[in-house]
Design a protein around this ligand. Structure first.
Ligand code: NAD
Ligand code: PRE
Length: 370
């Protein structure tokens, strides 16, 4: 696909908005990426990290210049932006899209754009992380992942193709769904699992009051299933309100399923318990593997390092001595401070913990997990 020139305006420069910006720039280096975020720190960081070319002072400042507008904010904010977008100031032929985890209410909210002849195409890249913020953004975040689009009949197919071309750098696989299909499927495979993860953490926290060993002993299984409980609460609050109807139906099915399972255990029904686990294993083992992008490794350690030459080789040298492999390394500049931040990525939580201990042994640099 050819390179596009023109202006892209991204509202919301967090994990997803930042990653989309980087992916667009990779495929279309001549395009100008303008960004806006209500959080000035995120906006400043997006500029410093060169995630965007230019910062807008307000959404209104960016809308009128853009050939592509990407709304990458929590879904309730997306609705608000759609209802206040000054349609008469938009460029002719502009494409407006979003990245929100829900679609029905957003597409309903975009009705005023569609009625005004503006091409709104709902979008949802089905990859992400429990991390937030532009510092976590990566150009390859969506590689091999599904990217759902929910165009309505009002939108000409050429506009849908043009959006795919803008987003080609994501290297994602595009899938067209209706907003209803989207919300039903993501309710089951994304939204409800986040609720289960959060509820398991609450359960452990309550047990912790009885015995402080609970969190210290929480090992691989608990950590694997609850990683997503570390996700952004504002984002998940909005998703739960938006997809309320699907989630209520899932609650009913889940509660009935737990009752059934509870009775197997109460009755010591070993055949039923065995088959329950076996069937789950068979289905889980049969899921298509999507190695790169869909499940990114995000075991990052941030290290505050003094700004002098050779500090990076010093840090990596200590890790090499202990055979700890780094999968990625990045310097995050902070212009006004004498300290810089080094972001080291590891393949596993264990590697990250070893790196933390190793740096504590050899240096006095502050480290924190991201
Ligand atoms: N995190 C994921 O795994 C994931 C994956 C796919 C889609 N999504 C969707 O992407 C969207 C963004 O999520 P994220 O993970 O990037 O969150 P994030 O918290 O990393 O970033 C959101 C950014 O939006 C900014 N913002 C909030 N309200 C704003 C407003 N009114 N105007 C301008 N900026 C505003 C925030 O300051 C923040 O920087 C959400 O709708 C979410 O549902 C998230
Ligand atoms: O990997 C994670 O941390 C995610 O939760 C990513 C995840 C998901 O549920 O798979 C979360 C929300 C998005 O809408 C899409 C992807």
């Amino acid at each position: 696909m050819g390179r596009l020139e023109g202006k892209v305006f991204i509202v919301g420069l967090g994990l997803i908005g930042g990653s989309i910006a980087l992916a667009i720039k990779k495929a279309h280096p001549e395009a100008m990426i303008i960004g806006y975020d209500v959080n000035e720190r995120q906006l400043g960081l997006a500029r410093s990290l060169k995630v965007i070319d230019e910062a807008a002072r307000s959404p209104e400042d960016g809308y009128g210049q853009a050939d592509l507008i990407v709304l990458a904010v929590p879904v309730m904010q997306t609705e608000a932006l759609l209802s206040s977008m000054p349609l008469e100031r938009l460029k002719r032929g502009v494409i407006v899209t979003d990245v929100g985890s829900t679609k029905q209410r957003i597409v309903q909210g975009a009705r005023r754009l569609l009625d005004h002849g503006v091409a709104f195409i709902g979008g949802h890249p089905m990859a992400g992380s429990h991390k937030s913020g532009v510092a976590a953004a990566r150009a390859h975040l969506f590689e091999n992942a599904f990217y759902i689009l929910t165009p309505t009949d009002d939108v000409p197919p050429q506009q849908v193709e043009a959006l795919k071309q803008w987003l080609a750098g994501t290297k994602a696989q595009f899938v067209i769904l209706t907003p209803e299909e989207h919300d039903r499927i993501t309710g089951v495979i994304s939204h409800f699992p986040h609720l289960i993860a959060a509820s398991l953490v609450h359960q452990a926290r309550e047990y912790e009051c009885e015995n402080a060993l609970v969190s210290r002993l929480a090992a691989g299984g608990f950590r694997d299933i609850t990683r997503i409980a570390s996700s952004n609460p504002e984002m998940w609050r909005d998703i739960f309100i938006h997809n309320k109807h699907e989630l209520l139906a899932l609650f009913d099915r889940w509660i009935a399923e737990m009752e059934r399972l509870r009775s197997f255990v109460e009755e010591e029904n070993s055949i039923a318990i065995y088959h329950y686990f076996l069937e789950a294993k068979q289905f889980r083992d049969g899921l298509p593997s999507r190695t790169k992008g869909a499940i990114p490794s995000f075991y990052d350690l941030y290290v505050d390092v003094p700004d002098y030459p050779g500090v990076i080789s010093e840090v990596t040298g200590y890790l090499a001595e202990e055979n700890i492999s780094i999968t990625n390394i990045r310097i995050i500049e902070t212009r006004e401070e004498i300290y810089g931040v080094l972001r080291l990525s590891f393949q596993s939580e264990d590697d990250r913990a070893r790196a933390k201990a190793c740096l504590a042994k050899h240096t006095n640099y502050a480290t924190y997990e991201g």
